[in-house]
Design a protein around this ligand. Structure first.
Ligand code: DQA
Length: 156
């Protein structure tokens, strides 16, 4: 079955395109979504994109993800650095997750150095702008396929 990937975007990422373009680039979230869709299609996978400025809504989406998806891609925006609730939801959900950041959070202000999301992430893509989302799709597909292969090998 094709990998079903849920891409979650946190606060202010709806402003991409006009928000601090020097840091985050000129691509809009809709353009990033379209590129991810194309990339997923090449792997016979699907992506669903969501964005919220509300921490609780992101937590709800992570909690519900197990029913409909095989992997998560998460750019939690500023909640990356603050949200234990989101970390707990990701740990409870158990789906493989790729953390994404447009910017390299380790080259910026000290308060961005800490990521709670990283503690639940299988891998991290950062500092590559919008391209990072497409690479995260590749990574998510890889993780889902690897998981399936392991499952099949265990059954033999
Ligand atoms: C971000 C980095 C965060 O520190 C920031 O709060 C964001 C975007 C990124 O994609 O580079 O909103 O996650």
């Amino acid at each position: 079955m094709a990998a079903r990937i849920l891409v979650l975007n946190g606060p202010n990422l709806n402003l991409l395109g006009s928000r601090e373009p020097r840091i985050y680039g000129r691509e809009t979230l809709a353009e990033i979504e379209a590129a991810c869709r194309r990339r997923a299609k090449a792997h016979a996978a699907t992506v669903e994109f969501r964005q919220s400025n509300t921490e609780g809504e992101l937590v709800d989406w992570v909690q519900q993800a197990k029913e409909k998806f095989d992997a998560l891609i998460v750019n939690a925006g500023a909640y990356t650095h603050t949200s234990v609730a989101l970390l707990d939801a990701l740990l409870a959900c158990g789906l493989p997750a790729i953390e994404v950041h447009l910017s390299n959070i380790h080259r910026r202000e000290a308060f961005r150095e800490t990521s709670y999301v990283s503690k639940a992430a299988a891998g991290i893509v950062m500092g590559l702008g919008a391209k990072g989302y497409e690479l995260a799709v590749e990574a998510a597909v890889h993780l889902v396929e690897r998981k399936k292969k392991k499952k099949t090998a265990r059954r033999k």
